[in-house]
Ligand binder design. Structure first.
Ligand code: PGA
Length: 256
């Protein structure tokens, strides 16, 4: 895996957007896997700016979101569907027919998961998968112990994940169940871009990148991916033994 470290969240987000934009420029009909959470908000804001100011064209792009809460209608402001429209889709010229999110209210969730997997396959697979990382190492909603070859499925969230998300989103409650791409689904992406920022992610970033590959740290499996790129801010990288972390990254990025 490759790790790039940026002086702060803003510069990490701008670099991540450049990376995603280059993927779109290289392949205008590319397939993006997208994540929700606080971390990619800066990336999405910068992609919107690139669309408005530099004409970055999303019209050929297909997207698949990683996960969705069960039992929330997509119109609910807490749903990841709403999140994506709020932060990205309504600010760019994406074709709504090419935007895919899991339906957490589907009457048959198993069938919904199978539908999603086939749809991903039918589009030729995910070219670039954007990920965040939970403090427990989850990617998507693949909590510790998730099978490394798992596919899209119904998952039960840990109480810690529900509470962290509830506090961040400043909402009264969130469902304890979700539908999520599996680790196997994520590993099938041709390129992975994982973003992590802030001191609260330092320990898990260290374990995911420097520790053993183990289901108890789901993100550690990315060490086995042929094209995994981690973009970190200095705080998230602060426990990596790079030897230069006291030196400002004058060029805007440092490769570990
Ligand atoms: P965050 O969430 O970006 O809000 O920190 C990441 C995650 O839980 O996957």
């Amino acid at each position: 895996m490759k790790i790039l470290i940026y002086p702060n969240y803003e510069q990490m987000s701008v670099a991540a957007a450049r990376f995603v934009a280059d993927c779109i420029l290289d392949k205008p009909r590319c397939v993006l896997g997208l994540a929700t959470g606080e971390t990619p908000i800066g990336l999405y804001a910068e992609l919107a700016r690139l669309h408005h100011e530099e004409g970055l064209d999303f019209s050929g792009v297909t997207t698949f979101n990683l996960d969705e809460y069960c039992d929330l209608p997509k119109e609910d402001s807490r749903s990841f569907h709403s999140f994506m429209w709020r932060h990205l889709f309504s600010h760019v010229n994406v074709d709504p027919r090419k935007v895919h999110t899991l339906k957490g209210t589907a009457p048959d969730l198993e069938e919904e998961c199978r539908r999603y997997e086939s749809l991903i396959k039918d589009t030729g697979g995910i070219d670039l998968q954007v990920l965040g990382i939970g403090v427990n190492g989850h990617i998507g909603f693949n909590e510790p112990g998730s099978p490394p070859d798992g596919r899209t499925r119904v998952v039960t969230l840990t109480a810690q994940t529900v509470e962290i998300n509830r506090a961040k989103e400043k909402v009264e409650s969130l469902p304890g169940r979700a539908v999520s791409m599996g680790i196997g689904t994520i590993m099938d992406a041709k390129q992975i871009l994982l973003l992590a920022a802030g001191r609260s992610k330092a320990d898990i970033v260290h374990r995911a990148t420097r520790g053993p590959v183990t289901p108890s740290v789901p993100a550690s499996i990315l060490q086995n991916h042929a094209n995994a790129l981690f973009m970190l801010d200095l705080e998230a990288a602060s426990l990596l033994e790079t030897g230069f972390l006291n030196t400002p990254c004058a060029a805007g990025e440092c490769t570990v």
